[in-house]
Design a binder for this molecule. Structure first.
Ligand code: 13P
Length: 360
């Protein structure tokens, strides 16, 4: 197909996802990553358990009050659900659709070491056969896609220019390719929190990265009104001597985005990147309080920070408990996306979610 034939639909999908007070549930953990989550709650990483857990997410009543879309892993997009009693049900994707939640799909195939880059740098794979896969995902109901490029900051000089350029170009090739098959691309250049650098350093690197990404998107003719940005918040390194205040995170994040992201992009949906559930909500709330009206919808696309309590309450069997915990964090973030979340007003799990050198 062509981008032209999908232009109106892409803009409409992006607008639906950018609905006021809503954001994305990122439930696209690869089988390896969900295995780590399950191990932490003593659940085996079998297809049946993955089916049961993702069915819990999809059948959560009123999830659509704060969730406009869900990012799925390929297995889940094609998987049938089971109900709380273990009885077979409709496809998981249909459960989300029946609540008006737009299904999306992770299309990158993970990162690999970047030849010629600095030690620890990566590039993101998945372009080969992407157009055919995108068409198959669209036919199954997916309407948006995600591709996560990862960059790190280090005293050794990371990110290198090669790493920034390669990852920006990969994001742009992906975005253009999936738009031709009707999927709204989520452009995700994550800057890892690893390191002891200050917030000014992150801001300078992130400005460079985002500038390069939007230049590459332009070279590839990506239709910005039918795309979404998923950045990390502008934060100091995890081991930086001074922790940031929510006001500081808001000021630096907004300054970075205002300098680099065109206003034709309908929404900026932050990743949680290893923040705790409550930190992710409080920082998003601060960002929304610091600017009104913002030129873009400023929302969330959280994985760890939306699912941690849910996983712990579910623990392999308590579907209702898991769903209530998920709803609590969805409500908190829905309010934070409008700047009126009151810290501590919803239950959360305080477990630190940061992992060094994280891959999804
Ligand atoms: P986290 O919110 O856990 O960082 O996940 C973001 C992500 O990329 C999932 O799609």
């Amino acid at each position: 197909m062509t981008l032209e034939s999908f232009r109106d639909e892409l803009a409409a999908t992006a607008c639906t996802i950018a609905a006021q007070g809503k954001g994305l549930l990122a439930a696209d953990e690869s089988n390896g990553t969900i295995g780590k989550r399950f191990a932490a709650i003593g659940v085996d990483n079998s297809e049946e358990h993955r089916r049961a857990y993702r069915s819990l997410l999809a059948s959560t009543p009123d999830l659509d009050d704060a969730i406009s879309g869900v990012i799925l892993f390929e297995e889940t997009l094609f998987q049938d659900s089971v109900d709380a009693g273990g009885q077979p049900g409709p496809p998981i994707v249909e459960l989300f659709q029946s609540q008006g939640i737009v299904p999306g799909i992770k299309v990158d195939q993970g990162v690999e070491p970047l030849a010629g880059g600095l030690p620890g740098e990566s590039w993101c794979t998945g372009l080969k056969g992407l157009q055919e896969r995108a068409a198959r995902y669209y036919a199954r109901g997916a309407r948006f896609a995600k591709w996560r490029a990862v960059l790190k900051i280090s005293p050794e000089g990371c990110p290198s220019e090669l790493c920034v350029r390669e990852n920006a170009w990969g994001l742009a090739r992906y975005a253009r390719t999936v738009q031709e098959e009707g999927l709204v691309p989520i452009v995700e250049p994550e800057i890892l929190m690893d390191g002891d650098h200050d917030i000014e350093t992150t801001a300078a690197v992130q400005e460079w990265v985002l500038r390069t990404v939007y230049e590459a998107l332009s070279h590839n003719g990506v239709f910005l009104e039918g795309s979404l940005l998923k950045p990390s918040m502008t934060l100091p390194g995890k081991d930086c001597a001074s922790a940031p205040s929510p006001d500081q995170v808001a000021q630096f994040s907004l300054r970075t985005l205002e300098r680099t992201v065109p206003v034709s992009v309908p929404a900026i949906l932050f990743l949680s990147g290893g923040l705790s559930e409550e930190e992710a909500s409080v920082y998003l709330n601060g960002i929304n309080r610091a600017i009104s009206p913002a030129p873009w919808h400023l929302g969330f696309s959280y994985g760890r920070a939306l699912q941690q309590s849910c996983l712990k309450h579910w623990a392999g069997h308590d579907v209702h408990g898991g769903q209530q915990a998920l709803l609590a964090r969805a409500r908190a973030n829905g309010q934070a996306a409008q700047g009126f979340y009151v810290s501590g007003s919803e239950p959360s799990d305080g477990t630190p979610l940061y992992e060094a050198n994280y891959s999804y």
